[in-house]
Design a protein around this ligand. Structure first.
Ligand code: NAD
Length: 495
């Protein structure tokens, strides 16, 4: 029976296969035999035991990735790698209901959202399939005295460590897998301990599509042990990391072993600026869902909502009404728009900010509490709006990673710009206005890697996405994406 023949139920997707590490194409236990529990955040109950990888397991996975890099995979042509990616895109689209269910159970996002990822992920894989034919060097003129021809080659870099977070593993793993498979690299993936299941299942699908064993390996386990061992490993050539700024700093330190080049996509505290002339019917839901999507667990969430003072009261009132209408609950319910936070730890963190904000002078407009009743065992918090926030308050400066909006009033465009840039992060940002000169002033003035105008959160792999300041460096997507997965080799030929 293939996966597509089965009925997709919570039980079927979880009990179908054993969960272990994936090394050299085989599912194997951790060398220590240790496992740890992963929970469904909507219920707080265990859904699977995962292998707790150690540095010994990381050694095995990196060795497998190195063997695969030097094995038959190195002879695959760009068109063969492209064909593999196209097969994967098709298979994944056929099986997407299963992956959507796994993601919902593992990290809580509602099925209504995880199912919607089918087309964006298919398009992303097709983008990387096109990139497989786009790895190119140059021939260059030179001024050397001999008859020497010169050129550059873009060669695959080798073994890539893909260390990813829990807030959207279904999509974030593809930012790594796409570059790896397009260029002929190999990978050791380290998913987050709170949400590893879709990464494990994806490797099954890659093998089914014809990917050679050992090209993508997975080590599950804790960040401080398994992740750290992988980031420090001398057999790893490059690191693609998505996660918090704190961990990003540790990754930079670890990368000094072997001088590994990095792509770091880190935290954010993005400004979203609403001018008095904005189309309120679009700006209210746009700004609200620019924070509440995925229960606020989105790196580029526009949590610092600057609203021009003349419309603040009306805007906050409409935001309250919109927020109160958002349905929060167990993601298996098809009507639910927002699921739980990922863990008790994250719930405590978010509630800590919510409870301390009034003490700093913020006014709670709506939300601000956990959900009870049937949902009391899960990690649910009501979407929350604070008004009268100032830019120096903790809720305006620190990444909360929950469904919490801070409305900060401003008078003039210059005030909005100054406050928007007065932050250690530089990931996303947005502006809502109908005035073209205001729009350009903001586009030129806001210091973030990504900026939206009259919309929020649109990301296309061909355009790319990245941050500055404490939000990291390196770009996901766009022409630069493959720079992490290749290196430039200069060649001089004496004719
Ligand atoms: P995290 O930094 O705690 O963990 C991310 C990954 O790193 C996990 O796999 C974890 O196990 C691993 N890790 C932890 N410590 C490690 C160490 N010492 N060495 C190596 N690996 C280690 O982040 P998180 O809590 O899983 O995710 C939330 C954070 O990710 C937020 O700050 C969010 O803004 C950020 N994020 C950023 C983007 C982006 O594109 N910029 C996207 C999603 C999430």
């Amino acid at each position: 029976m293939t996966i597509s023949d089965r009925q997709i139920t919570p039980d079927s997707v979880l009990t179908d296969r054993p969960h272990g590490l994936i090394i050299d194409g085989k599912t194997v236990p951790a060398a220590s035999g240790k496992t740890f529990a992963t929970l469904n955040p909507a219920t707080g109950r265990e859904i699977a035991q995962l292998a707790e990888g150690s540095s010994e397991d990381v050694d095995r996975a990196v060795a497998a990735a190195r063997r695969a890099f030097e094995g038959p995979w190195s002879k695959w042509t760009p068109t063969q790698r492209q064909a593999l990616l196209i097969r994967v895109a098709g298979l994944l689209a056929d099986r997407f209901d299963e992956f959507a269910m796994i993601e919902t159970l593992d990290m809580g996002a509602p099925l209504s959202r995880t199912k919607m990822l089918k087309e964006p992920i298919r398009q992303m894989i097709m983008f990387f399939a096109a990139q497989a034919l786009n790895v190119k060097g140059e021939t260059l003129q030179n001024s050397l005295p001999l008859n020497i021809q010169s050129m550059t080659i873009k060669a695959p870099v080798g073994v890539v460590a893909g260390i990813i977070p829990w807030n959207g593993p279904l999509i974030s793993q593809w930012w790594v897998l796409g570059g790896v498979l397009a260029t002929g690299c190999t990978a050791v993936m380290k998913p987050a301990e709170d949400a590893s299941l879709s990464v494990l299942r994806m490797v099954d699908l890659l093998h089914e599509a014809g990917m050679p064993e050992g090209v993508v390996n997975v080590v599950t386990g804790y960040g401080a042990v398994t992740g750290e061992a992988l980031a420090r490993h001398p057999g790893v050539d490059r690191i693609a990391f998505t996660g918090s700024t704190v961990t990003g700093r540790r990754i930079i330190e670890a990368s000094t072993v072997g001088m590994k080049k990095l792509q770091l996509e880190l935290g954010g505290k993005s400004p979203d600026i609403v001018f008095a002339d904005a189309d309120m019917d679009k700006a209210v839901p746009g700004a609200a869902m620019g924070v509440f999507t995925n229960s606020g667990q989105v790196c580029y969430a526009g949590t610092r909502l600057f609203v021009q003072r003349s419309i603040q009261e009306e805007f906050v009132e409409r935001l309250k009404q919109f927020t109160a209408s958002v349905k929060v609950g167990n993601g298996l319910d098809p009507d639910v728009q927002l699921g739980p936070l990922i863990s008790q730890k994250q719930l405590d963190r978010v509630m800590g900010y919510v409870e301390s904000a009034p003490g700093e002078g913020a006014r709670l407009a709506v939300g601000g509490e956990r959900l009870g009743g049937d949902l009391a065992e899960g990690y649910f918090v009501k979407p929350t709006v604070f008004a009268d926030v100032t830019n120096s308050m903790r809720i305006a400066q620190e990444e909360i990673f929950g469904p919490v909006i801070s409305v900060i009033p401003f008078d003039e465009a210059e005030d909005a710009l100054r406050m928007a840039n007065d932050i250690d992060y530089g990931l996303g940002g947005a502006v809502w206005t109908r005035d073209v000169s205001t729009m350009y002033r903001m586009i030129n003035g806001i210091r973030t890697g990504t900026l939206w105008v009259n919309c929020y959160g649109a990301v296309d792999p061909a355009v790319g996405f990245g941050g500055i300041k404490n939000s990291g460096y390196g770009v996901k997507g766009g022409a630069e994406h493959l720079d992490l997965y290749t290196y430039r080799k200069a060649v001089y030929i004496n004719i």
